[in-house]
Structure formats: structure tokens, C-alpha cells
Ligand binder design. Structure first.
Ligand SMILES: [Zn+2]
Length: 177
């Protein structure tokens, strides 16, 4: 096997035998929120959203034009927004010539683990009808020791973590074609 390694479409130096590639995200911590006004990373506290230095007051705060009497410019709370991809720890691909398999892994919970999606070819001399065939293994609801619990929304779409309530059943994803 000869493996070429590309990043953003550019060929990277490799020994031609690369068997695993990982993109790590959020290696600087697990901040999930950022202030729209001042741009600082913020975390939720009992008193409100605070910066790393426990600052609850946003220097860039601007009262809304139609505001009732409230905090003045630079004296209000941070305006938190979710940081894109802050829910993902890492994404990786590994190939295993011995197992004749390719595995894609995506970590969204405990960074030591990941959801894995594996395509493998069953050995030609294996017993049964699947000998020589390619099979796909995917995470599923009720899986023992899951990376995160899954609940089926519809075939092929799962809610990650928690249960689906009758009213909170998700609609199509924002970017769905
Ligand atoms: Zn702010």
C-alpha cells in the first residue's frame, strides 16, 4: 500500500505508509462561547457570562436603540454566541492493512474516545455469506459503552446525547441540501 497525504488539497511530506491522520480542534481548551461585542472567549457562570479573568462587564457593550433604561455603553453584560465547531474535539482517518479496514473517527464528547465509522472487507476465506464482501460498521442507539448516547431522529440521523422529547424533535439541519 502507498498512502499519499493531502491537507487542504496540497500534498504533504509523508513516508508513503501513513496509517492515521487526525485534525485536532480546540486543543487550547473547551471554550464554547465567545462575546459578539468584545470578541473574548466567555464561560457561563452563576452571575452571567464571564471572561477568563472573571470579567462580567463587557467594555464593548452597546445598549439596544430601543432599550428601556439599563446598562450604559461599556457597562453591560457580554453577548455570548456559540463558537463554531467548539463541540468537536478531533476528526481522524486511520487505515489498517491487517484488518483490511478504513476507520473515520469523530470525537465530540470525552476527548479520549470518538464515534467510529469503519469500512472493512471480510476475509475471502471467512465462513459465511459475507466472505470477501465489504461491510460498514456505524455507531447506533443502545450501543454498549457509546462515545455519546444516540437517539434516532430518522434512519441515518441521530441526536447526540440525551433523549428526544415529543416537542423537541429536530427539523432538518441548517446546511442540509
Ligand atoms: Zn464582551
Amino acid at each position: 500500500m502507498f498512502a499519499a497525504l493531502y491537507a487542504d488539497g496540497r500534498l504533504l511530506d509523508s513516508d508513503g505508509e501513513t496509517e492515521s491522520v487526525t485534525v485536532e480542534l480546540n486543543s487550547d481548551g473547551d471554550t464554547a462561547w465567545r462575546c459578539r461585542a468584545c470578541g473574548e472567549d466567555v464561560t457561563e457562570t452563576a452571575e452571567g457570562y464571564a471572561t477568563e479573568t472573571d470579567e462580567l462587564v463587557c467594555w464593548a457593550y452597546e445598549p439596544p436603540a430601543d432599550a428601556l433604561p439599563g446598562p450604559d455603553f461599556g457597562d453591560g453584560p457580554h453577548d455570548p454566541e456559540r463558537i463554531p465547531l467548539s463541540w468537536c474535539n478531533a476528526a481522524g482517518i486511520s487505515v489498517d492493512p491487517c484488518a483490511d479496514s478504513v476507520t473515520v473517527s469523530l470525537s465530540v464528547g470525552d476527548p479520549r474516545g470518538a464515534f467510529t465509522f469503519t469500512l472493512s472487507r471480510i476475509a475471502d476465506d471467512a465462513p459465511g455469506d459475507l466472505a470477501g464482501r465489504i461491510v460498514l460498521h456505524v455507531p447506533y442507539p443502545g450501543e454498549p459503552l457509546p462515545h455519546m448516547p444516540l437517539a434516532a431522529v430518522r434512519p441515518g440521523t441521530y441526536l447526540v446525547g440525551g433523549q428526544i422529547g415529543a416537542q423537541s424533535r429536530p427539523t432538518a439541519a441548517r446546511c442540509a441540501a
